[in-house]
Design a protein around this ligand. Structure first.
Ligand SMILES: NC(=O)c1ccc[n+]([C@@H]2O[C@H](COP(=O)([O-])OP(=O)(O)OC[C@H]3O[C@@H](n4cnc5c(N)ncnc54)[C@H](O)[C@@H]3O)[C@@H](O)[C@H]2O)c1
Ligand SMILES: N[C@H](CO)Cc1c[nH]c[nH+]1
Ligand SMILES: [Zn+2]
Length: 470
């Protein structure tokens, strides 16, 4: 991990430039392309130290339960808790909401309302679908009826993880717990280390049912397996650092998870029309999250990286979290130069960022050509920070290239579908030949006989045989 304490604004040496334009010296170009591919192939934590640490923590919590949580919280957070301290009474969260200063409460309520409204619309798409499909020839014949359905129902109990290491994230409480409540999850459990009063207030506002002031991989393990104090949950959602993210991946299967929502990322796609001050501001807005954040510029204007570097220098100078931002810009940051607009779209898709920001001419047109991103911010009036707080869609998004296959946290995360099948005797008979043939092709005689057994006992079938009609 980077040494953040030593970093200062003066130490920021500028984004490393990867000039991928055609026409450069072939060997050098191949090397730069290899480096860019390395960034596109990032798969955070898959074989890193965090994975090994999370594995050991999970094993410890599985065997020692609450005792392990007490020990690990002391080791990683220097906090001495007893099991009785784990749960923060909801009364305290409600009191925190009441005690909040008026501007913060108004901002929290405005964000909560917009997130709720957006997800209320999204939830309308989550319907049970059913089909009663007698063949036309058998219309009105109940025995030919088949009922095939996908029945949707909310999960019973989910855990929301809200980070609390180097910053507090009341917004993450809203952006994960509200969609869960919108679809009717019975019990939402919040896990968060050192909850600030604003985090507790957000929990009360979002309708969270229980709050546990524990964090890290130990919190993830606790709710995946359950301990004497913490309940086992059906799903864990929410962002976190490398340890939290690795633990989520490791407990998947014991419970569900949303996606790998790890250290923040932003890919700012810019052309000659972009204002370098906006590019720098938005790179910094994600770099300041974590020394492991990834702030990357992808541009078609070769003069832009130098102008963005100058703006970065200026803006980093008095940034409170500049040490973190500089470490992220230095270690994961890059300025990638490509030939044209088509290459901007192609390489943005290849990077599959958590946040994609388009500071280009006709940004909506370019947005339509890019398919792999957690969220796309279109045009100069849509800073990524708006999505973090008030816009409405959840800011809990897949990182580390997960946007290739995962989605933002949404109402879909908090429901599951059950298939329901009901066949009438004629409907089964219509499929029987295909079923028994396929079963025997798979060497599964028992399956074939399970169907034939029914056909033999179907009174209509018996009658038909006796009467000689089908
Ligand atoms: N992708 C998203 O949607 C999204 C949203 C918000 C935040 N984030 C990210 O969430 C992260 C928040 O990280 P954070 O650290 O501030 O809070 P966190 O709550 O995720 O992690 C803090 C916990 O990490 C554990 N920990 C610390 N050092 C450890 C070690 N050496 N070994 C094992 N465990 C250790 C501790 O238990 C501590 O409680 C950032 O990376 C931020 O970028 C992502
Ligand atoms: N940008 C973060 C997701 O990567 C979410 C967040 C919360 N608060 C501020 N930002
Ligand atoms: Zn953010």
């Amino acid at each position: 991990m980077s040494d953040t304490t030593a970093a200062t604004a003066e130490q920021f040496a500028g984004l490393r430039v990867l000039d991928l334009r055609a026409g450069g010296e072939a060997e050098r170009l191949a090397e730069l392309q290899g480096r860019w591919r390395g960034l596109c192939e990032r798969s955070f934590g898959l074989d890193g130290d965090a994975d090994a640490a999370a594995k050991a923590i999970i094993a410890h919590v599985r065997t020692e339960g609450d005792e392990a949580i007490i020990e690990l919280t002391e080791r990683f957070e220097s906090r001495r808790l007893t099991a009785a301290d784990f749960e923060v009474p909801m009364g305290k969260a409600r009191a925190a909401l009441e005690a909040l200063d008026a501007p913060t409460r108004a901002a929290l309520e405005a964000a909560a309302e917009r997130v709720r409204r957006f997800h209320a619309v999204q939830a309308q798409a989550l319907v049970s679908t059913g089909q009663i499909a007698p063949p036309e020839s058998a219309a009105g014949d109940e025995r030919a009826t088949e009922y095939l359905a996908s029945r949707v129902a909310p999960l019973q109990r989910v855990a929301v993880y809200a980070p609390g290491g180097t910053a507090a994230y009341p917004s993450s409480v809203l952006h994960a717990a509200i969609p869960a409540k919108v679809v009717g999850v019975a019990e939402v459990v919040l896990l968060t280390p050192r909850p600030s009063p604003v985090v507790l207030a957000a929990a009360a506002l979002a309708g969270v049912d229980r709050v546990f002031q524990i964090g890290g991989a130990q919190a993830i393990a606790a709710v995946a397996f359950g301990t004497a104090t913490l309940p086992r949950v059906d799903k864990i959602v929410g962002p976190g650092n490398a340890y939290v993210t690795a633990a989520k991946r490791l407990v998947f299967g014991r419970c569900d998870i949303d996606s790998i929502a790890g250290p923040s990322e932003i890919l700012v796609v810019a052309d000659a029309s972009a204002d370098p001050a906006l590019v720098a501001a938005d790179l910094i807005s994600q770099a300041e999250h974590d020394v492991q954040a990834s702030p990357v510029l992808l541009c078609s204007d070769p003069s832009l990286p130098a102008r963005v570097d100058a703006a970065l220098h200026q803006q980093l100078a008095d940034l409170p979290r500049r040490a973190i931002a500089i470490a992220a810009l230095r270690d994961q940051g890059a300025a990638v130069i490509v030939d044209d607009r088509a290459a901007l779209a192609r390489e943005a898709d290849a990077y599959a960022p958590e946040h994609l920001e388009l500071l280009v001419d006709s940004p909506a047109e370019l947005a339509a050509q890019i398919h792999r991103a957690g969220a796309i911010f279109v045009g100069p009036w849509t800073p990524e920070a708006a999505g973090d707080y008030t816009a409405g869609p959840s800011h809990v998004l897949p990182t580390a290239g997960g946007a290739r296959f995962s989605s933002p946290v949404g109402c879909w995360d908090f429901v599951r579908y059950t298939s329901v099948l009901e066949l009438g005797p004629k409907a089964l008979r219509a499929q029987a030949d295909a079923i028994t043939t396929l079963a025997r092709a798979e060497g599964l005689e028992g399956h074939a006989r399970a169907v034939e057994q029914r056909l033999r006992t179907d009174p209509v079938n018996v009658q038909a045989k006796v009467g000689g009609a089908a």
